[in-house]
Design a protein around this ligand. Structure first.
Ligand code: GLY
Length: 369
């Protein structure tokens, strides 16, 4: 029996997360959703369509009314309304109606886009998440955030819309390229740092097994990480309060992502943002100097950056203003009161942010020194 967690929404069971090592149990899970009476559209990107598209399609062939595979080119640059429009077109051409089902087969981009298409097509059709990347498994597939980027701004257009099921093939993590794998790990670290000091310690203790992608350790890591996210999103599903803690590292991270034209991976930028936020937490006398340096250096064995060149620190400060995580023009900055306990701080100044960005900025002068 695969392990599972149930996510509650408004205090009622809403959907399960199934932790599996392959797709062999997927069909059985889907029987709970009467798929033999429904059409299913698998939405994938060019990578996941070729890796798993045919496997999932043949699993469903003959077990549902109809199954199609719709794919779009991989990459954050395609997380746009145009990609959603092409999904609508396919669904209309193939005569999908409100009783039919979308499967999001891929990483964060596929999950967010498919969820948004599901939330809006015919005012809402059911969808299921099949996250294939570490980032999607530990973060974006859970909690019902869906949407697209708009005019270069991350996740500017979207909806909260819950999946009916999240089926995680942990075995898919084996085939992820190194950069993608470690990018997702930044969100795992984030969960430990903001909510669970013992999980953070466990990550340190299991560093080599995680690097080697030991299947049992990965399953444990993904489950623990999902459990932290579960507790946060159940308490505050619409991000009116504590869910914003999940944005630790994201204010400066998103600004770097945009300044770098989305050439760096999301988790790489989150790692840099987390180091900067930990620096501010130290300067606020919440973290000790040793804790700050431990957090910073902890990203290194996981191939995540802790410094960056080729940015303009002032530009990063100004880009933090266009992040949507603001209330009445004031940035809701997430800091660490201690390891395992994050807080929202409305009083982080531009100077604090600039100092933190300068801390992670590795300039040409530093190189010569
Ligand atoms: N990825 C942050 C959240 O789901 O709220």
């Amino acid at each position: 029996m695969a392990n599972r967690l149930t996510i509650n929404y408004e205090k009622k069971p809403c959907y399960d997360i199934v932790f599996a090592s392959d797709y062999s149990g997927l069909l059985e899970e889907l029987q709970d959703f009467n798929i033999n009476e429904r059409r299913v559209a698998i939405i994938a990107d060019s990578n996941t369509a070729s890796l798993y598209g045919e496997e999932i399609k043949s699993l469903l062939d003959g077990n549902c009314k109809k199954v199609i595979l719709h794919s779009f080119p991989a990459g954050e640059e395609n997380k746009t309304l145009d990609t959603v429009k092409n999904i609508y077109k396919t669904l209309i051409e193939e005569k999908y109606d409100r009783k039919d089902l979308l499967l999001a087969l891929g990483g964060g981009v596929v999950g967010d886009i498919t969820g948004y298409a599901a939330a809006t097509y015919l005012r809402g059709v059911d969808f299921i998440q099949l996250p294939t990347t570490l980032l999607a498994q530990v973060d974006s597939s859970i909690g019902g955030k869906t949407g697209v980027d708009f005019d270069g701004y991350k996740n500017m257009v979207g909806a909260f819309y819950m999946p009916k099921l999240v089926y995680m093939n942990i075995g898919a993590l084996k085939t992820l390229d190194e950069r993608q794998f470690f990018s997702g790990f930044a969100e795992v670290m984030k969960h430990g740092l903001i909510k669970d000091a013992s999980f953070y310690e466990w990550l340190l203790e299991n560093m080599y097994e995680i690097q080697d992608r030991d299947p049992d350790i990965l399953e444990e890591m993904v489950m623990q990480s999902c459990n932290i996210k579960k507790l946060v999103v159940e308490k505050d599903p619409k991000e009116l309060g504590d869910r914003a803690l999940l944005n630790f590292g994201h204010t400066i991270g998103h600004a770097i992502e945009k300044a770098k034209n989305f050439e760096m991976l999301h988790g790489e930028c989150v790692a840099l943002g987390a180091v900067a936020a930990a620096f501010i937490s130290w300067k606020h006398n919440w973290l000790s100097m040793d804790e700050y340096y431990e957090i910073r250096d902890m990203f290194v064995p996981f191939n995540l950056p802790i410094s960056i060149d080729d940015i303009n620190p002032e530009e990063i400060v100004s880009l933090t203003k266009s992040d949507k995580k603001m209330t009445a023009g004031q940035i809701k900055f997430v800091l660490l009161k201690k390891i395992g306990k994050a807080v929202i701080d409305m009083n982080v100044t531009d100077e604090d942010i600039l100092n933190a960005v300068n801390e992670i900025y590795f300039s040409e002068e530093d190189e010569k020194a």
